[in-house]
Design a protein. Sequence first.
Length: 96
Amino acid sequence: TGVHRLYQLSKAGKLSVPAMNVNDSVTKTKFDNLYSCRESIIDSLKRSTDVMFGGKQVVICGYGEVGKGCCQALKGLGCIVYITEIDPICALQASM
């Protein structure tokens, strides 16, 4: 990706302007993954399935930032959401 080339230029002292890797930042991970997934999953599922989701049972594998966003979106559509999670702290969050 482009960021690898920027790291090479910086290491060689040839980077002529300041540059920042936004994709790996904590704020991008915490906010973009949560909020973007919440919006895009609804759009993607409705376009690809043409199904009414109210009352449907849905399984989400993982309760990281993406899983949280998907869970919120699907619950908002009236789905019955089940979450699988191997991390005990994330599993506790999912159950609350």
